[in-house]
Design a protein around this ligand. Sequence first.
Ligand code: CTP
Length: 395
Amino acid sequence: MKTIVVGVSGSIAAYKVCDLLRALKKLDYDLEVIMTNNATKFISPLTIGALINKPVLLDDFDEEGYQIKHISYAKKADCFVIVPATANIIGKIANGICDDIVTSTFMAATCPKLIAPAMNVNMYDNLANQRNIERCKTYGIKFVEPGYGLLACGDVGRGKLADYQDIITMIEYCMNPKPLKNKYVLITAGPTQEAIDPVRYITNHSSGKMGYALAKQAFLLGARVTLIAGPTNLKVPYGIKSINITSAREMFEAVKENYHDQDFIIKAAAVGDYRPKETAVNKIKKKDDNLVLELVKNDDILSYLGQHKTNQIICGFAMETENLIKNAKDKFIKKNCDLLVANSLKESGAGFKGDTNKVTLITADEIEEKNIMTKDEVAKTILYKLIEIKGEEKC
Ligand code: CTP
C-alpha cells in the first residue's frame, strides 16, 4: 500500500482537502496529514483525523520522544502533496526555509513532491510568487495548476484550488513509471453527430469512456496527449490537450492537422459512417407522408491514417455484434493498423456506456483475448501493447 503524505497550509481552500482525503482513502492509499498552525484556523484537525482515522501531525513540537516525526513522515511518503499551498509556503519552499512542520517534512522528503496552490489571483500572478513556483519546478517539484473562477475574496481569476480529481491524477502521475515520456499520443474518442437540420442529428451510443480512459492513462505514463473528442458528458482529464469536434468531417480535419508528429494514434471514436447529403437550413416540418433522408458516406479516418502513416503506430477499434474476430481481423488488414482492439456489444461487461470492457487484441502475429477489466485497466493494457509494438519495430 502506497503512503501519501498530505501537507495542509493556511488557505480558505483548506476545507476542500476533506474531499481529496475521502477520495484517496477509497482508492486504498495509506494517508498521513500534517497541518500548519494557520491551517488549523481554517479546518479542525479533528475533522481531518476522523476522515483518515488517525491523528494529524501538528506544528506544536508534540514529538513522542524517540521518533523525530517530521523525518519519519518524510521517509514513509511515496508522494508528498501540499494541498492547499499558500503563496507563503511556496515562497518558503523555493528559498529553503523550513520553520514549520509542513515545510520541514517537505524538505526532508526525497519522494516525488507535488504542490496544489490556492490564493487570490493577484497573489498568484505576483512576479515573486511566479518566480518562486518556477524555482520550485527546477527542484523537480510538480504543480497542479489552480483553476479559474470566483475566488473567496470576490475576485475572479486564476487561484482556485484545482479539483480534487485533478490533484489525484497528478499524485498518480508523480508515482507512475513513465515509459511514454516525451512521446506524443493522439486519441480520438466519443461519438460524432451528423446534422439533419438545426434541431436533429444522427449519432450513436458511444459514451467516450474508453477514449477518455486511454487519454488519462497515456498521460499517467508520461505522454503528451491530444484528445480529439465528439460530444460527451465527460470531464477532460488533467494535463491533456483537448480538441472538441461535432461531426465526422470536423474530426477528420482535426486529425489531419495533428497526426504528423505523433508517435501513437489510437482511434477509439465511434465515427459516423454516413451523414445526410444536405443539412436543412431550417427545421424540417412534419408532413403527411414518410420522410426519406439521403445519406452520403463519410471518409474513413483510420484508413486515411493507415495509408499516410510514416513512423506512427496506429491502433484502431472494432465494435461488432457478430463474427467478432473475423470482422476485426478484416478491419486490421484493410485499414493497415498495427493493433486492432476488438470488442463485442453482445458480450456482458463490454460496450459503450459501462465502466468495464472485454477486448481482444489483434496484431500481425497474434490474437489475444483479454479478461473483463475496468476501462482504465484496458487502456493501460492497450498502451503497453503499443509500447511493445513500437519497441519491436525499433529492433
Ligand atoms: N473509423 C474511422 N472513420 C470512419 C469509421 C470508422 O476512423 N468513418 C474507425 C473507428 O474509429 C474505429 C475503426 O475505424 O477505430 C472501426 O470502426 P467501426 O465502426 O467498427 O468499423 P467500420 O469501418 O465503420 O465498419 P462497420 O461499420 O461496417 O463495422
